[in-house]
Design a protein around this ligand. Structure first.
Ligand code: FDA
Length: 394
């Protein structure tokens, strides 16, 4: 029977970071993953360039039933700490928007760095290994794995959330957490495109691929960023961001031209250049194809001139531009969601070490915990920070 100080389940961002830190402290560490390759989500992240952190990450960029839980870990292992490793390793990177850091060449650079660091620290990695029963013993845990039984003093669960099941995502962390008495904050797909009902799909037919800078809001939360019409619904960064806050049945409001108060603009235009075709005027605010469709679905004549239209029609048109309200049918679900919101209730975990309050020696880190970052490198920063925090303790 193999005996180790620490077993980490899941060779993703959080698990590898934790294992590196524990091994550097001289602990015997084994990382187990059922996949053929480690860190597959890092590989596909950021369009293959891994948006590995956000320099401005603060607890405000995270959604959790307890917004204070992430503070300690994020403070102790900061985006600058991770960047320091990237720089020392000589990985080329670039800043896409302010603070949002990506690999210049490939996400594989990050994976290779983590695997080399693990090896250098003396940690082991075992792939293609599934884990069955996990039992607490008088001095740790016994795991039944497809590679045989293993005993360890500390057990870290870093098996991620439910998003992208095709890549091996499982609910393993939640099941194990329940086994040891933890509550689970209801999980839901987040950072995910919206799907629309047949009416809106028909209205938007032919516009897929069109993008604008929009402000999308749900309840009191709003994000301004790219907005994209897809074949089945809506996507783009602003939509992905708001999807993490959206609840089924709730309406979202989209401002398709946030820099212009369209009502005043259209009424002014009626006075100053009333002979202008409506479509030409609206095309100054929206892409032409969008403008044509918006005129059509708002029931205005295609060949109207601005001055032909009563003020009420212009006001309605302006509202459709600045305050387009619709209720998504749903989301594309875990199939394409970048992350899983919700997860292991943080009230059962130490914010310093990520250790279970119900089962000493058991730790949960990364995406399986009820801490979900915005789009922009925040989720990896949580994985690094929570993995680092546990790595100091296990
Ligand atoms: P992660 O899911 O990475 O790792 C879990 C590991 O556990 C996997 O290797 C899996 O095989 C293994 N596992 C699961 N169940 C198991 C079981 N039962 N037994 C054994 N092993 C098991 N974030 C960001 O900050 N910047 C970005 O650019 C992106 N981009 C991005 C793109 C796409 C397409 C997706 C899907 C996601 C992102 N993300 C992201 C989110 C980011 O990938 C995610 O938050 C982290 O990978 C979470 O890290 P974890 O280590 O917690 O889980």
């Amino acid at each position: 029977m193999q005996r180790l100080d620490c077993v980490v389940l899941g060779a993703g961002a959080a698990g590898l970071m934790c294992a590196i830190e524990a091994a550097r402290r001289g602990r015997s560490v084994l990382v187990i993953d059922h996949a053929d390759k480690p860190a597959e989500k890092i590989r596909i992240s950021g369009g293959g360039k891994c948006n590995f952190t956000h320099l401005k990450a603060t607890p405000k960029n995270y959604i959790s039933a307890n917004p204070h839980f992430c503070i300690s870990a994020l403070k102790r292992f900061t985006p600058w700490d991770f960047l320091d490793r990237v720089v020392k390793r000589g990985i080329p990177y670039f800043e896409k928007s302010e603070g949002q850091l990506f690999c210049e060449d490939s996400a594989m650079d990050i994976i290779r760095m983590l695997l080399d660091d693990l090896k250098a620290a003396g940690g082991q990695l075992r792939l293609r290994t599934s884990v069955g029963a996990v039992e607490q013993t008088y001095d740790g845990f016994q795991l039944n794995t497809s590679g045989g039984p293993i005993v360890c003093e500390k057990l870290v669960v870093a098996t991620g959330g439910l998003s992208i099941p095709k890549m091996g995502a499982t609910g393993f962390a939640y099941e194990l957490a329940r086994q040891f008495g933890h509550d689970i904050v209801e999980t839901r797909p987040a950072l995910v495109p919206f799907t629309l009902g047949p009416d809106w799909q028909e209205n938007l037919q032919g516009l897929s691929g069109l993008s604008v800078e929009a402000r999308v809001s749900a309840g009191k939360t709003a994000f301004s960023d790219g907005f994209l019409v897809t074949h089945r619904g809506l996507s783009g960064p602003s939509v992905l961001q708001i999807s993490s806050y959206w609840r089924p049945g709730e309406a979202v409001t989209i401002d398709l031209c946030p820099t212009v108060a369209a009502e005043k603009w259209l009424l002014d235009r009626k006075q100053s250049r009333g002979k202008q075709a409506l479509v030409t005027a609206i095309s100054e605010l929206l892409p032409r194809r969008f403008a044509e469709r918006w005129i059509e679905i708002n029931g205005l004549p295609a060949d109207a001139h601005v001055a032909d239209l009563p003020n009420a029609a212009l006001v309605k048109m302006a509202a459709a531009i600045n305050r387009w309200s619709l209720t998504p049918m749903g989301t594309e679900g875990y199939r394409t969601a970048e992350v899983t919101a919700g997860g292991i209730d943080t009230t059962g975990l130490s914010s310093q070490t990520m250790e279970s309050r119900f089962c000493p020696g058991l730790y949960f880190i990364g995406e399986c915990v009820d801490v979900t970052g915005w789009l922009g490198g925040y989720n990896f920063q949580w994985a690094w920070a929570s993995g680092w925090a546990a790595g100091q303790a296990v």
